[in-house]
Design a protein around this ligand. Sequence first.
Ligand SMILES: Nc1nc2c(c(=O)[nH]1)N(C=O)[C@@H](CNc1ccc(C(=O)N[C@@H](CCC(=O)O)C(=O)O)cc1)CN2
Ligand SMILES: Nc1ncnc2c1ncn2[C@@H]1O[C@H](COP(=O)(O)OP(=O)(O)OP(=O)(O)O)[C@@H](O)[C@H]1O
Length: 199
Amino acid sequence: MPDSRRALRQHLRRQRRALSASEQKRHANRLCRNLKHQLWFRKAQNIALYLPNDGEISPEPLIHLCWQLGKSVYLPVLHPIHHNRLWFLPYRPGSPMRLNRYGISEPKLQRTPRTPAWALDLVFLPLVAFDIQGGRLGMGGGYYDRTFGFKLQYKGIIRGPKLIGLAHNLQKVDCLTTESWDVPLTGIATEEGVYRLSC
Ligand SMILES: Nc1nc2c(c(=O)[nH]1)N(C=O)[C@@H](CNc1ccc(C(=O)N[C@@H](CCC(=O)O)C(=O)O)cc1)CN2
Ligand SMILES: Nc1ncnc2c1ncn2[C@@H]1O[C@H](COP(=O)(O)OP(=O)(O)OP(=O)(O)O)[C@@H](O)[C@H]1O
């Protein structure tokens, strides 16, 4: 990994962690307000989100809105066998949870049926940096790129879910270098607004 990618990651992770609790709350509420009237959000039924970690913008108000609207909410779970891939498990009020190896809360693997990644309608992804061409820099595990790599591999055959990155506006950069495995985002939403790419 080039030093510039590592330095950018460190810098923006520090910046987002430095936001106060009240700024975090304001951003989370504004994010929800910016998304709730989007047609593609209203139409989606099976929606994956995440629980915030390391200063990430919180999708929690959005999760509550999804529950209120009767949508099915899913969270990423580290795949127990396949290297650096994600599973998506249903998340409801009171779902039994455990901490994964990064200390992030995830639904406990039980006999609940898993929803394959291609069957989700909409996935909200965490990220460290984004550009408005659809580039995303994540935490560096390649989890989301591996899990949604089928969108690149079967382009034109399987459309798969819309991938919308969620971030604080301070995570916007001019242009990220892209790698062959990077799955482009369909859109990005921040507390400032929605950057629509190719929805
Ligand atoms: N909220 C949230 N959930 C998520 C992700 C995410 O980015 N955010 N992921 C997105 O892929 C997956 C988890 N990926 C992660 C990868 C690295 C670290 C992390 O903190 N790495 C430490 C080093 C930890 C170690 O190796 O012991 C670090 O970089 O400081 C966290 C999550 C699935 N769930
Ligand atoms: N589809 C893929 N197949 C195989 N290896 C992959 C794939 N996608 C990513 N990788 C590997 O994963 C590593 C991390 O990728 P990258 O830095 O793009 O992760 P990231 O998008 O920042 O992380 P995350 O999605 O977990 O937040 C890279 O070194 C790359 O080799």
